[in-house]
Design a protein around this ligand. Structure first.
Ligand code: NAD
Ligand code: PRE
Length: 364
């Protein structure tokens, strides 16, 4: 008999159990996941105490956490509503959309079972138990959905997950879905559409994609996310996502017209408005899944240039995550992309290389 039952031990579920165990290792956790290797991995590392192959085991738990893709969360809520759950049990989820989840959870709340819709607003394009971390949600907003009579359960979930160090935020399901449609769902569609459209545009240009640099990579990183999870999100926030995508398409069409018209003032205003807004967001502080920091430098077309870069960085004890030569043409400087895992390494590398090489980054 475990204190906590969790279904879905991927990136988000395993990050939560890590944070729970960090706070109180005595709490027992029973986990279910259709990918058995996730369970195996978690058990070997004592992230969980037991494996539970079906929802029946949830009937013995005080807290049930649903951390699978949204479509499965909804199916599990329906199944849980038919089971004899423990009196006083609290059920929570982590799904990226909330209105359909909360509607389905009425099957529970109408029986007096506490349900707290949740959504940590941090994550990664990576999936699976190995990608999880206890501090994934540090400083990130963690939405909790306001529903009738769930106040006490909300506080208990906050206490259970206090080691996530997330910033808790109560919103309605409608408010939630509108905000995340614009800030998360639409950007994911745009990133994937851009990758697909670029790949199509480069069909006859083998060099094309391989030359993708910082700009393309940073705007499309999230296109590497899990297709099953994102399909489920689009199916569960359809109206808001399609409405906001249509507004985005209009904004793109508007910029096509201004570009064709060579309307310098309108173009400058377009970029200036976006710059002011983007700059005001401030630096990235959320979570601990590594962000990558790219430094671009000009390297002369001379024997030993690359070796000099690596020697300087090695002497300075700076760890390079990746080196990528973007362009080297005879008698022309090449562009070298150096990737670091921390802002500290990025800045140290920049200072180390500046006396010898021209740094291209304006700044990040
Ligand atoms: N990835 C993010 O950035 C992020 C952030 C916040 C919330 N979320 C939400 O969290 C949930 C989980 O996403 P994730 O990123 O952890 O994905 P993930 O793929 O890393 O994990 C999902 C896990 O659910 C398991 N699973 C799928 N179907 C199952 C089933 N029928 N029975 C048992 N296990 C099943 C998978 O094997 C996998 O281990 C999703 O609802 C997603 O919308 C994701
Ligand atoms: O950082 C990322 O890779 C994410 O996509 C995380 C992200 C997002 O910000 O859109 C993705 C889905 C979630 O529901 C919440 C957070």
């Amino acid at each position: 008999m475990a204190d906590i039952f969790i279904r879905g031990l991927g990136l988000i579920g395993s990050s939560l159990v890590r944070a729970i165990k960090q706070k109180n290792e005595k709490l027992t956790i029973c986990a279910s996941d259709s990918n058995l290797s996730n369970l195996d991995y978690a058990k070997k590392r004592h992230l969980i105490d037991e494996t539970c192959d079906d929802l029946q085991k949830a009937t013995q738990a005080d807290i049930i956490i649903l951390a699978t893709p949204i479509t499965q969360i909804i199916e599990d809520i329906k199944s849980l509503a038919r089971l004899p759950l423990k009196p006083g049990v609290i059920i929570t989820d982590v799904g990226s959309t909330k209105q359909t989840v909360i509607q389905t959870a009425e099957l529970l709340t109408e029986q007096g079972i506490s349900f707290v819709g949740g959504h940590p607003m941090a994550g990664s394009h990576k999936t699976g138990v190995q990608a999880g971390r206890a501090d994934l949600f540090e400083n990130a907003f963690y939405f909790q959905i306001t529903t009738e009579n769930n106040e006490e359960a909300v506080v208990k979930i906050r206490d259970l997950l206090s080691e996530t160090k997330a910033k808790w935020l109560r919103v309605t399901a409608k408010q939630h879905d509108k905000i995340v449609a614009q800030l998360s769902h639409v950007p994911h569609v745009i990133a994937s559409a851009l990758v697909n459209q670029t790949s199509e545009a480069f069909k006859d240009e083998p060099l094309g994609m391989r030359l993708a640099a910082g700009g393309f990579k940073s705007i499309t990183r999230i296109a590497s996310a899990d297709p099953e999870m994102w399909t489920a999100i689009l199916l569960n926030n359809t109206n808001l996502i399609t409405k906001q995508l249509n507004e985005y398409i209009e904004a793109l069409q508007d910029i096509v017209v201004k570009t064709k018209d060579k309307d310098v003032l309108a173009l400058q205003t377009f970029f200036a408005q976006a710059k002011v807004k983007r700059d005001s967001l401030g630096p990235e502080k959320v979570g601990a899944v590594p962000n990558f920091y790219d430094l671009f430098i000009n390297i002369p077309d001379q024997t030993g240039s690359l070796a000099k870069v690596t020697a300087l960085l090695t002497t300075a004890e700076i760890n390079i995550v990746n080196i990528h030569i973007l362009e080297i043409r005879e008698e022309v400087d090449g562009i070298l992309q150096l990737t670091f895992s921390s802002d500290k390494d990025y800045k140290k590398a920049k200072a180390t290389l500046l006396p010898y090489f021209q740094v291209i980054n304006r700044d990040n």
